[in-house]
Design a protein around this ligand. Structure first.
Ligand SMILES: N[C@@H](CCC(=O)N[C@@H](CS)C(=O)NCC(=O)O)C(=O)O
Length: 286
C-alpha cells in the first residue's frame, strides 16, 4: 500500500490562475446579502468565467486579458489536495454567498508574483467581497458570519458559539501530525493504511471532540441540525478518514457520512475527481 508522498520543498504558490467559474449551488441556506455595488452586476458573467462543468481558461494570460472580475471571488487551489481551499469553499456555500472561483496553481513563479500582489499571506483560500480582501479560513468564516448572520455559521447560543469557535480554532492551529501523515487526497483510497502513532493521538482527540459535540447538540452536524463553521473546519478530516480507512466509532463514522453527503462537499469532491493531474509531489498537507 503506497504511503503518501512527501514534497521535498515547501509549497510555492499555485497553478495557472484563470480557471474562474461562477459558483452557485443550492444550499438550503438563506443567501448572504449582496453589497449595493454587487447587486448592480448580478447576473453578468465575468469575461474570464466559464460555466461550471466546462473547461475554464487555464493560463495567467487569459486572466490578465480579462478586464472585468466578479465582485465576489474565492481564490482556491487544488480541489483534490487543498484542504484549506475546501474549508473556504464550504464556508462560502454555507453562508449562501454568490461567488466565482479562481484557481491558482503551484509551480509558476509568475503566478506566485501575481499572488504576492493579491494576497497578503500568499495563501489560499482568499475571498474578495464588496471591495474587501479577506484571507485565512477563520478570518473568512468570521467575516461571512458578520455579513450573513442568518446563515448560522456560528450557533445562536453563546455557550455553543464559544464551543464552536474553540474547536474551529483547535483545527486551525493544531493536529499537525494528522495533517502531515494523512494529507487530504480525495481521489485516493488506501485500505488498511497503517497510521503512525503520532497521528493516532490527533485522531483520538478529533473523535473525542466530535463525540462530545454530537452528544451535546444532538447531531447530525457538530452543533445540531444545521452545519456551522466547525463542520467546514472538520470536513477535510472526514475525507482523510475515508481516504486512509481510519477505523471509527459509530457516532464518528455517522458524522463522516453526514459530511461527505453534504451537497457542497459532494460538489467539491466531484470536481476534485475530475482534476487531471496526479500531483504526487503535493501528496502532503497542502
Ligand atoms: N492558515 C491558513 C492556511 C492556508 C494554507 O496553508 N493554504 C495553502 C493551500 S491548502 C496554500 O495556500 N499554500 C500556498 C502555497 O502552496 O504556496 C488558512 O486558514 O487559510
Amino acid at each position: 500500500m503506497p504511503a503518501p508522498k512527501r514534497r521535498a520543498a515547501p509549497p510555492t504558490a499555485s497553478e495557472p490562475a484563470g480557471a474562474e467559474r461562477p459558483s452557485k449551488a443550492p444550499t438550503g441556506r438563506k443567501p448572504a446579502s449582496k453589497a449595493p455595488s454587487e447587486k448592480a452586476s448580478a447576473g453578468k458573467t465575468p469575461e474570464s468565467a466559464s460555466p461550471a462543468g466546462t473547461s475554464a481558461p487555464s493560463s495567467l494570460e487569459s486572466t490578465k486579458r480579462s478586464t472585468r472580475r466578479p465582485k465576489t471571488l474565492l481564490t482556491i487551489s487544488s480541489k483534490n489536495y487543498s484542504s484549506w481551499s475546501l474549508r473556504g469553499f464550504l464556508l462560502c456555500r454555507m453562508a449562501g454567498l454568490d461567488f466565482a472561483e479562481a484557481r491558482v496553481s503551484a509551480d509558476d513563479p509568475s503566478i506566485r508574483a501575481e499572488l504576492l500582489l493579491q494576497s497578503s499571506s500568499f495563501l489560499v483560500p482568499r475571498l474578495d467581497h464588496d471591495g474587501l480582501r479577506i484571507w485565512d479560513t477563520l478570518g473568512i468564516g468570521e467575516y461571512l458570519h458578520e455579513i450573513a448572520p442568518e446563515a448560522g455559521l456560528l450557533p445562536k447560543d453563546r455557550a455553543a458559539r464559544a464551543h464552536c469557535r474553540s474547536i474551529s480554532g483547535e483545527m486551525h492551529s493544531g493536529f499537525a501530525n494528522l495533517r502531515s501523515a494523512l494529507p487530504m487526497n480525495i481521489k485516493a483510497h488506501h485500505p488498511g493504511f497503517k497510521v503512525w502513532t503520532g497521528a493516532q493521538a490527533d485522531i483520538a482527540r478529533i473523535v473525542a471532540i466530535w463525540n462530545e459535540c454530537l452528544k451535546a447538540y444532538g447531531g447530525p452536524y457538530l452543533f445540531g441540525a444545521a452545519p456551522t463553521m466547525a463542520d467546514a473546519m472538520y470536513a477535510p478530516v472526514c475525507s482523510r478518514f475515508t481516504t486512509y480507512d481510519v477505523p471509527l466509532d459509530p457516532l464518528s463514522a455517522g458524522y463522516c457520512a453526514t459530511m461527505l453527503a453534504f451537497p457542497a462537499m459532494q460538489e467539491w469532491s466531484a470536481a476534485a475527481r475530475e482534476e487531471p493531474d496526479e500531483m504526487e509531489e503535493l501528496d502532503v498537507e497542502f
